[in-house]
Design a protein around this ligand. Structure first.
Ligand code: BES
Ligand code: ZN
Ligand code: ZN
Length: 481
């Protein structure tokens, strides 16, 4: 269920309340009896209780004591997690709307609770027939001196865009072919005000995007290449920012069919990078941020059909380099390489690609962070990693030394698409480095884009990882922070 978020200056006696407190004085103002106030105080003495729930039959009241702690990444994440527990309780009681009353002096807490609630309230019901089991909660109102109307609007845009990314990832190939994804992105662009230009197979061939064409060869469905653009009249950047997202709508591995049992089952998530890029540009356009930004989405499935590429095939990429395809399951780097090479024409300020690129990234650090590497300067990396801490969409930077690239030598072509047995996430990044001539960052989201079990407000399935991270990164740029 989508959760709408509005500011309010009042609430009524029948509203369910989420009270954010520095202390427990004056709780009677919110319609709590003396016995209830005593109960709240007793419960919160036990530090193991994150908050207290009062079920007053016609409404629920939640009391969260934050104290006078300064805002920190941990406090924000704990608050999001509390929001996720609260939304489950509200839905159990079939409550439709609740008011967050922010009695704190610090910023960011009412936003975090709203994030936990709205993201925890997500459901993917597109393919459920019959009685829709929609969650009851559809609205939260926030009463706060710490949040402006503009910030509340940005929060809504950001959260709506996370849900869009999740929906795209959760759609199976039976609905979301490359062509369908391009159409869905174009429809979204119309609605939110960003431009979408779709290149079909013919144009991809004319542009000699040999990586995309090679990966698509074993498929019955054509590839597509989407160019998203948000360029308002007033912008803070002379040269555009470009986001590139891996858009493999399903990855069977091709003829190097996925070897590990069950490892193919979740591969509808392999367009997670493209979904995130779509979400970020959507949020930026909805918020009308003064930034010129372009999104590039190479889209195809990876199948072992009739004319599929075989190991040892040599292909010529968009940048004219030749690649020996030693493993058809290392397909993401082939389509990304063409998109990264295409991005040169924009003379970008910075390019960031997001991709469910390697099992190696997931194996190295699990789902707790995405893997970051690239050539952009230290200050940009520092700012992005900081946004990662603030949003809890964290980044772990891996080394990017030249020696790793030596594993990609081929006897017959300029490059092999396979590295050695170790450091697979880094050699994948090193492969991509051959196709850039601008400041660039690569984010491997193989561990974070999709979960096989829920983790608090991150549901099972698509997480929308990266939308909040990059939206906040660009928000800071727009605010010239
Ligand atoms: N799509 C996969 C990577 C992946 C793994 C994404 C797990 C999400 C969860 C990618 O195309 C792939 O198959 N990579 C191979 C590369 C190898 C053959 C060099 C891998 O990581 O094993
Ligand atoms: Zn693969
Ligand atoms: Zn893949």
């Amino acid at each position: 269920m989508r959760t709408s978020i509005n500011l309010t200056s009042s609430f009524s006696a029948s509203d369910s309340l989420i009270l954010l407190q520095s202390d427990l004085l004056g709780l009677d103002k919110f319609g709590l009896s003396k016995a209830e106030v005593d109960h709240v105080k007793k419960q919160l003495k036990d530090k193991a209780n994150p908050f207290v729930t009062l079920n007053q039959y016609n409404r629920m009241v939640f009391v969260i004591q934050i104290g006078d702690k300064a805002s920190s990444p941990k406090l924000l994440e704990d608050t999001r997690k509390n929001g996720n527990i609260i939304v489950a309780q509200l839905n159990t009681q079939k409550i439709k709307s609740a008011v967050v009353v922010d009695n704190l002096k610090i910023q960011g807490i009412s936003t975090a609770i709203a994030e936990g609630i709205a993201l925890g309230n997500y459901q993917f019901l597109n393919h459920k027939t019959g009685k829709q089991k929609d969650n009851s909660l559809s609205q939260i109102k926030i009463k706060s001196d710490n949040l402006t109307k503009a910030e509340a609007g940005q929060l809504q845009n950001q959260l709506d865009s996370v849900l869009i990314a999740r929906d795209l990832v959760n759609e199976p190939l039976s609905y979301l072919t490359a062509d369908q994804m391009a159409k869905d992105v174009a429809k979204l662009g119309k609605k939110s005000g960003f431009k979408v230009h779709i290149l079909g197979k013919k144009q991809i061939s004319t542009l000699k995007m040999g990586g995309i064409l090679a990966v698509n060869k074993g498929s019955v469905d054509p590839p597509a290449f989407c160019i998203l653009e948000w360029k308002p009249k007033k912008v803070v950047n002379k040269k555009p920012y470009v986001l590139v997202g891996k858009g493999v709508v399903f990855d069977t591995g091709g003829l190097s069919l996925k070897p590990t049992p069950n490892s193919m089952d979740m591969m509808k998530c392999d367009m997670g990078g493209a979904a995130t890029v779509t979400g970020v540009i959507n949020a930026i356009a909805l918020s009308k941020l003064p930034i010129h930004i372009i999104g590039l989405l190479p889209l195809t499935d990876n199948r072992p059909g009739g004319n599929a590429i075989v190991p040892s095939d040599v292909i010529t990429m968009h940048n004219k380099m030749t690649v020996e395809v030693m493993n058809t399951d290392a397909e993401g780097r082939l389509i990304l390489a063409d998109a990264l090479s295409y991005a040169k024409k924009y003379k970008p300020e910075l390019v960031i690609d997001l991709a469910t690129l390697t099992g190696s990234a997931h194996a190295a650090i699990g789902a707790q962070a995405s893997v970051l590497m690239g050539t952009a300067d230290e200050e940009i990396k520092f700012r992005l990693k900081n946004c990662g801490l603030k949003t809890h969409e964290r980044l772990a930077e891996f080394p990017f030394w030249d020696e790793y690239g030596e594993q990609l030598k081929s006897d017959v072509a300029d490059l092999s698409n396979m590295g050695g047995p170790t450091a697979g996430a880094i050699t994948a990044g090193k492969f991509l480095e051959n196709f850039i001539d601008y400041p660039w960052l690569h984010i491997d989201i193989a561990g974070t884009a999709f979960l096989t079990a829920p983790d608090s407000y991150r549901p099972k399935g698509g997480t929308g990882y990266g939308v909040r991270l990059l939206y906040n990164f660009f928000l800071d740029i727009a605010n010239k922070k």
